[in-house]
Design a binder for this molecule. Structure first.
Ligand code: NAD
Length: 482
């Protein structure tokens, strides 16, 4: 059994103030494979003090030098990317090819993307070309608490740590306690890259203890959180007394609107595969498929066939199969929601309750499809976070937009149509931070974030830098004494 009970504080691997061992479980075997520590508010105090002490020096470090450190980090990450993929696969069950090509790769992609953006960003400039006296300075917010989930661990960690440090903030990271291995490895990369002591700190722990302590800490100037809407609300409350900035990336219940003039086999299959990818554990998954009635039956056939041909397999095996869900809690939640779909009268056309044939252990589930779903059912309203697709018909554009927007979430919606003018019209009407048309891939610098209860703020590209910056307006920049 591995033991990784220390935290990374002020450039040193530091034992917890109060020992509190916690098992990290392999979701494919249900067996513990590593012991970490759950920290306390004392550990948070130490980490925040280190971040606060290093802030001034780090902020005064020229941007070119900060970028050099991030380039070094990218180099190390690239050399050790397979190690990173294995850590992710083991902690949260992503099949190794997905872990290499998507999970670990996403982290490296973000680091490189932020290097490009940091090089171009103008930290100081006039308000306008013709206002020599009105000057704007973009300055780091200060000490940032970064709280991340388990589902795309390195994607989230790099989307926060790199822009924060790049613009001159210092950070305390609290990764998900059920998937801490990738972040512990990332901390090793940071150590090897030689960042100034104290600018990056990592404290493991649970939400109610370490998460809350970071959220309510008077010396933490900003929280950047990714996780469930429920916890985002709790964190907003615990941070309120200190009036810190809070950026939230939360859940989703994406609609995928498929018109009859789309390439139906392609669009339906792509939508179902996207929903099942990462075993359904993606905030931007298109989990509600809305299909124009004239092609509805055909779409059901294709979606059901896609689910039935979705292989389930071990995380350490190569291939395009789906792995287990992350935990027993998630397994029980997904089973409960599938049962609620059956109980509320949706028509089960693939998958269902229980593990797939041949699996007796591990949090494995079946790719599941429900037809004739009503948008009022729980499976259409709640974020399932499992490979469960809900399909419903619509008769016209108006209805498709109404159903899509009838949700408390607003992260990513999808439109499939041969009529690009219609797709654009609908993209304008969807209340979400992101819309993807006809399977296009998103630009790495495009802002990622949600409307409504999916979030507050944007990550990635220039928007991801601005998230961690204050703006100072200096009037009279060139005004001599009068
Ligand atoms: P979660 O909300 O349970 O936990 C997220 C993090 O918050 C963990 O580190 C956890 O320990 C911590 N936490 C828990 N309670 C806390 C508290 N009271 N105070 C402070 N911190 C606390 O989420 P999860 O189950 O780890 O991740 C899945 C969720 O993340 C899904 O809802 C998913 O949609 C969301 N997510 C959103 C995005 C996005 O960018 N919008 C991306 C990935 C995941």
């Amino acid at each position: 059994m591995l033991r990784k009970t220390n935290f990374y504080i002020n450039g040193t691997w530091t034992p917890p103030m109060v020992p509190n061992d916690f098992d990290v479980i392999n979701p494919a075997t249900e067996a513990p494979f590593c012991v970490i520590s759950l920290g306390s508010s004392h550990d948070v105090n130490k980490a925040v003090a280190a971040a606060k002490n290093s802030f001034e020096v780090w902020n005064d470090t020229p941007i070119e030098e900060r970028i050099l450190k991030i380039e070094k980090l990218a180099e190390i990450y690239e050399l050790r990317v397979e190690e990173m993929a294995k850590a992710i696969s083991m902690e949260m069950g992503a099949p190794i090819d997905l872990a290499i090509n998507a999970q670990a790769a996403a982290g490296l992609g973000h680091i490189k993307s932020f290097i490009r953006v940091l090089r171009e960003f103008k930290f100081e400039h006039r308000l306008r070309d013709n206002t020599p006296d009105e000057f704007l300075i973009h300055e780091p917010v200060g000490v940032c608490g970064l709280i991340t989930p388990w589902n795309w661990p390195m994607n989230q960690v790099t989307m926060k740590v790199v822009p924060a440090l790049g613009v001159g903030c210092t950070v305390v990271l609290k990764p998900s306690e059920i998937a801490p291995m990738s972040s512990l490895l990332f901390a090793e990369f940071m150590e090897e890259a030689g960042f100034l002591n104290g600018v990056f700190n990592l404290v493991n722990g649970d939400g109610p203890t370490v998460g809350e302590a970071i959220g309510s800490h008077p010396d933490v100037d900003m929280i950047s959180f990714t996780g469930s809407t429920k916890v985002g609300i709790a964190l907003t409350r615990s941070s309120a007394n200190t009036v810190k900035r809070v950026a939230l990336e939360m859940g989703g219940k994406g609609a995928n609107i498929i018109f009859a003039d789309a390439n139906i086999p392609e669009a339906v299959k792509r939508g179902a595969i996207h929903c099942f990818n990462n075993t359904g554990q993606s905030c931007n998954a298109p989990t509600r498929m809305l299909v124009e009635r004239s092609v509805y039956d055909k779409a059901l056939e294709i979606a059901s066939a896609t689910a039935k041909s979705t292989a389930v397999g071990q995380p350490n095996e190569h291939g395009t199969h789906i792995g287990p869900l992350v935990s027993e809690t998630q397994f029980n939640k997904v089973q409960g929601l599938i049962q609620s779909g059956i109980d509320e009268g949706a028509r089960l056309i693939a998958g269902g309750i229980g593990r797939p044939d041949g699996f007796n252990i591990g949090y494995f589930v079946q790719a599941t499809v429900f037809a004739d779903v009503d948008n009022a059912m729980r499976i259409a309203r709640e974020e399932i976070f499992g490979p469960v697709l809900s399909i419903m018909p619509f008769d016209n554009e108006e209805e498709a937009v109404r159903i899509s927007n009838d949700t408390r979430y607003g992260l990513t919606n999808y439109v499939q149509s041969g009529d690009i003018a219609r797709a654009q019209r609908i993209a304008r009407r969807l209340r979400s931070g992101m819309v993807v048309v006809n399977g296009a891939s998103r630009h790495s610098e495009s802002p990622f974030g949600g409307y409504k209860q999916s979030g507050k703020g944007r990550e990635g590209g220039i928007y991801g830098l601005e998230e961690f910056l204050e703006i100072k307006a200096v009037s009279g920049w060139n005004t001599p004494i009068l």
